[in-house]
Design a protein around this ligand. Sequence first.
Ligand code: FAQ
Length: 311
Amino acid sequence: NIEELERQFQEKIDNDIKIEPRDWMPDAYRDTLIRQISQHAHSEIVGMLPEGNWITRAPNLRRKAVLLAKVQDEAGHGLYLYSAAETLGADREETIDDLHSGKAKYSSIFNYPTLSWADMGAIGWLVDGAAIMNQVPLCRCSYGPYARAMVRVCKEESFHQRQGFEIMTTLANGTPEQKAMAQDALNRFWWPALMMFGPNDAESKHTEQSMRWKIKRQTNDELRQQFVDITVPQAEMIGLTIPDADLKFNTETGHYEFGEINWDEFWQVVKGNGPCNKDRVDARRKAKENGMWVREAAAAYAEKRANRNKE
Ligand code: FAQ
């Protein structure tokens, strides 16, 4: 009976035994994973756009080669994640069409514009930095295919974070104009990076259940705090200022206290009303439409070959 299956399932989770695609799982566990993994996949794919915007304008060949490699890595992450969602029975094309119709969510961070080269530094440093903070615990996620995908993804994200911090360091040690560019990028990306971790725990509708299922291993607020604690000294090291007047180190707790996030802005962006939401979804939809002839030609060719083999 179902209650007994659920009990055995939770027992496996409690004993840190991974759940694999063919194992029995509650429908709600499957649905939660499909939701989170597909949103994650969409984030990787949409996340190529803000940086893709600067590939043609990278300041030198080395920077261009590195940025190109990074953006290609994000494509790879998206593909692993769509495959992980497929192991749960999700249909890849349907999932992607949900993104294109505006139904599916993806990370709020990718709805902000990239206005200068320094934004490539800020994204690598802060956005990939936040992504790692969130994804390292996901390597211990209870669902095997997702956990295993995260191991390689995290290795690549570490390289992304380093390349971003290196860009920021170079700019911060450059001319006054370059340093100002780096500071401006930090000013624009700091708060949206903190929003990547999701709503406060008290407002997060999925955290409690996802923690019980060990899909999430740490809460939104725990991860956000770790990110602030690690990142503030990095900003100090390169002489940049975190744009938060309330930021202060609490010597008793050993943590930084920080100001209130603009949750109204966060929910507006999540709902589709951020500065670039429409552009991002349009770009993805057009990519599918413009590439359709390739799919059609490949399908026609495969059909022709299959028919020839039958003869
Ligand atoms: N943006 O109850 P919770 C990357 C939604 S890194 C938009 O707390 P949950 C790498 C949430 O979906 C970025 N929506 O939800 C890269 C839910 O809506 P729903 C991607 C958000 O799932 C770097 C509702 O709010 N990383 O791509 C956001 O327990 C550079 C309630 O929230 C991942 O996806 C947000 N920021 O916790 C690529 C990591 N936050 O579905 C290119 C995996 C929350 O009920 C360049 N995901 N929402 O309609 C997770 O860890 C979790 O899903 C959270 C949210 C922590 C994001």
